[in-house]
Design a protein around this ligand. Structure first.
Ligand code: GLU
Length: 422
């Protein structure tokens, strides 16, 4: 029976519910508990009228979804993208609940989004949009309530505007209300690299177990935003060879390996990796099917589906993006023997570093960059092996995601039981 909730018919949400139901079946959870878990606790929709530079007013719609708070305040990013929908935001908030539970950090799950193409706005328009959005959701966020961070097409500058707007409304400097702030106003420098660092780290650990090592292994990365670019950097640092990368304009391939520092330069100067000289041009779809050892989808949802999964040649997939693999594709890849390190494990480095930042904001003290990165490294390595071992021990007939979900959902359910919610 449908509940009539506006996100319910969106395919991205339905995929998330499928994943939840698979975990529930493994854990033997009754249907009523699944029903409780599949809905967010609260979703706020806001109108954001922005005075454009040409004098006209444009109205944008934004959301903040608070999925579950059994383990702590809601935590998760805010994305700006022309295709954002309520269903996507709700789904992403549910994935944050599992990600934070699996990470072992004291947070529930939340996510926000505005349906906007930020590339079409001037810096002043972007600032007005950001400040008005945060003012509109100010009543439901807070250091102990809901703590946003960046996601697709949002960045530390936008976090600085959020922090400032909220601090003005509340009339005190609310350091802990957002994370991934610029370092001068309460951020931690390694937050910038942390998501990609974690994705490369778990790929490295998996390669040690399944491919006899990470060194010399070939890597293809779809997406060259915050996660993709640092996943590339650390893959190379730890001895692998990045042979293909892409962004929304297309991809490039060089079997001899790409120069990652040069890629950063080309991307920052020209706006796209496709302007990197001397590599073969490929499409985003072709990149996914390249003959490489390791694939890192680092863009958007649903790019690996039942259509292209049979053609994927990588032996390890480390999910930098949220939700890049559909449940059907996950099973096809598992049958083929591909290890898919699920997003809620592989891209948790960002939110883990957010937690380190937030806890230090609350204490009024600072870690050095080395200490922060060292903590992340130890925690990510530990979490990867915890999930991998549980998978091998109990759930090896299923994709690795099943083990990650079973651990995460079980933690949330236990907290809800203890609190008397179910
Ligand atoms: N948006 C990121 C994610 O999907 C980071 C969230 C955070 O740091 O709160 O995990």
């Amino acid at each position: 029976m449908t509940s009539g909730a506006p996100y319910e018919n969106e395919p991205v949400y339905q995929n998330a519910v499928k994943q939840l139901k698979e975990a529930a079946a493994l854990l033997g959870l009754p249907d009523d508990v699944v029903e409780v878990l599949r809905h967010p606790e609260r979703v706020l929709q806001v109108k954001i009228p922005v005075r454009l530079d040409n004098g006209k007013i444009a109205v944008f719609i934004g959301w903040r979804s608070q999925h579950n708070s059994a383990l702590g305040p809601y935590k998760g990013g805010i994305r700006y993208h022309p295709n954002v929908t309520i269903g996507e935001v709700v789904t992403l908030s549910m994935w944050m609940t599992w990600k934070n539970a699996l990470a072992g950090i004291p947070y529930g799950g939340g996510k926000g989004g505005i349906k906007v193409d930020p590339k079409k706005l001037s810096p002043r328009e972007l600032e007005e949009l950001s400040r008005k959005y945060f003012a509109a959701i100010a009543d439901i966020v807070g250091e102990d309530i809901d703590i946003p961070a960046p996601d697709v097409y949002t960045n530390p500058q936008i976090m600085a505007w959020f922090f400032d707007e909220y601090s003005k409304i509340k009339r005190y400097p609310a350091w802990g209300v957002v994370t991934a702030k610029p370092p001068i106003i309460g951020g931690l420098r390694p937050r910038e690299v942390s998501t990609g660092y974690g994705t490369a780290l778990v790929a490295r650990e998996a390669a040690k177990l399944a491919l006899g090592g990470f060194e010399g292994k070939t890597v293809a990365i779809q997406g060259f935003g915050n996660c993709g670019r640092y996943a590339a950097l650390y893959s190379v640092k730890w001895g692998a060879k990045v042979v293909a990368v892409s962004d929304s304009k297309g991809g490039i391939y060089d079997p001899n390996g790409l120069d990652v520092e040069k890629l950063f330069e080309v991307k920052d100067k020209t706006g796209s990796v496709i302007n990197y000289p001397g590599a073969k041009r490929i499409t985003n779809e072709e990149l996914l099917e390249l003959d490489v050892d390791i694939l890192m989808p680092a863009a958007l949802e649903n790019v690996i589906t039942e259509k292209n999964a049979p053609n994927i040649k990588a032996k390890i997939i480390s999910e930098c993006a949220n939700g890049p693999t559909t449940p059907e594709a996950d099973h096809i890849l598992h049958q083929k023997g591909v290890i898919v390190i699920p997003d809620i494990l592989a891209n948790a480095g960002g939110v883990m570093m957010s937690w380190i930042e937030w806890s230090h904001n609350r204490m009024g003290c600072w870690l050095t960059d080395e200490e922060a990165l060292d903590r992340l490294d130890k925690k990510m390595t530990h979490n990867f092996h915890e999930v991998y071992n549980e998978w091998q021990k109990k759930y090896s007939d299923h994709p690795m995601r099943a083990a990650a979900y079973a651990i995460a959902v079980d933690r949330v359910v236990r907290a809800m039981k203890l609190r008397g919610w179910i």
